[in-house]
Design a protein around this ligand. Structure first.
Ligand code: TYM
Length: 335
């Protein structure tokens, strides 16, 4: 059976990088799963998505802010089409087994990778998130590869230390396209929530006006008389990034690779490329934005979100508890 797990930080509304690099893949997996199983409680295939609020407190913020950010993230996940009857959506802190396994893993974790990290707890907790559900597949953007490599190392170390096969090594799933969306203000950096410039990223609930302003203002280059010369991420990263975004959104109707799109648009002015991209993004996110307004502004939907979180936590606790019984058993903890 396949167990798919992934996590996202409660950063409020996700940006295009999160959306194209990870969330669309989550949605696609859910949709392809729904034909092979009928409910999230099915014992075979399972899909779990966590809003990782414990990871978020590595940088403290006011409590009310964290609550608001979590709620916005939940509304966003529902708005992109994650369906709580098909997958388990939960707040990490409501499943204490994640923290318990983190401690246990930290006792056998090798220090090689950790010594290069600024922060030790972070990758161990991330490994625990995945391993506590015995996830077989983890859909993420390119930037998470190393953390997942480390999670596999944790499996090897734990299983070796206790002479068992209790933990399962997870496979990383990275999309072919759009696995690393770059900042609109600096195409040498990835699009990120922590960039102080709000113009560097498009949020998936941005208004058409905001999307237009941000994309028309995207930093590109002054090569080739301001024309597209193909998909060249090395030499023209700003242009390549826009092509990547346009291809990802265009891809919902036709199936064109970013290379094909680059060829097709050869000779097109950058202004036109930006206009087209802004239009495609606006159109592609229209439904998401409308649904999001519904979730945030209706009392009924607000109540529904609370239920979703309670149900999600219950299911996730059951899933985690199964693994923890085995873990405690081989370690010699518990009754
Ligand atoms: P986070 O919250 O930074 O990002 C969530 C997902 O979005 C992807 N992503 C991007 N993809 C393409 N281009 C970008 N510019 C871009 N920015 C972000 C990320 O790769 C990720 O898939 N450590 C994780 C959260 C986490 C987690 C886990 C993930 C905690 N436990 C267990 C998987 C499994 C993080 O900070 O993601």
């Amino acid at each position: 059976p396949k167990v798919i797990f992934s996590g996202i930080q409660p950063t409020g509304v996700p940006h295009l990088g999160n959306y194209l690099g990870a969330l669309l893949q989550w949605r696609t997996l859910q949709d392809s799963f729904s034909s092979s199983f009928s409910s999230a409680s099915s014992p075979s295939n399972r899909l779990l998505f966590s809003i990782v609020d414990l990871h978020a407190i590595t940088i403290p913020r006011p409590a009310h802010q964290l609550s608001a950010d979590k709620k916005q993230m939940l509304a966003s996940l529902l708005s992109i089409g994650l369906d709580p009857s098909l997958c388990t959506i939960f707040y990490q802190s409501m499943v204490p087994a994640h923290s318990e396994l983190q401690w246990i893993l930290s006792c056998t974790a090798s220090t090689g990778y950790l010594s290069r990290m600024t922060q030790w707890n972070y990758p161990i907790l991330q490994a625990a998130d995945i391993l506590v559900h015995k996830a077989t597949h983890v859909p993420v953007g390119e930037d998470q590869r190393q953390h997942l490599e480390f999670a596999r190392e944790c499996v090897t170390n734990f299983n070796a230390a206790y002479g068992c096969q209790v933990l399962v090594p997870p496979e990383t799933m990275v999309t072919e396209r759009a696995k690393r969306i770059m900042s609109l203000s600096d195409p040498a950096k990835k699009m990120s929530k922590s960039d102080p410039s709000v113009k560097s990223r498009v949020l998936i609930t941005d208004s058409p006006e905001a999307i237009k302003t941000k994309i028309m203002g995207a930093v590109t280059d002054s090569l080739a008389e301001g024309k597209v010369t193909g998909y060249e991420p090395e030499t023209r990263p700003g242009v390549a990034n826009l092509l990547e975004i346009l291809a990802a959104f265009g891809g919902q109707q036709g199936k064109k690779t970013v290379e094909e799109l680059g060829e097709e648009m050869r000779g097109t002015g950058l202004k036109e490329l930006k206009t087209k991209t802004a239009e495609a993004v606006t159109e592609g996110l229209r439904e998401v934005r409308e649904k999001y307004e519904g979730y945030m502004n209706s009392e009924k939907q607000g109540k529904m979100m609370e239920e979703i979180i309670q149900t999600g936590a219950k299911r996730a606790r059951e899933s985690a508890e199964e693994t923890m019984r085995e873990v405690r058993g081989v370690v010699g903890l518990g009754a």
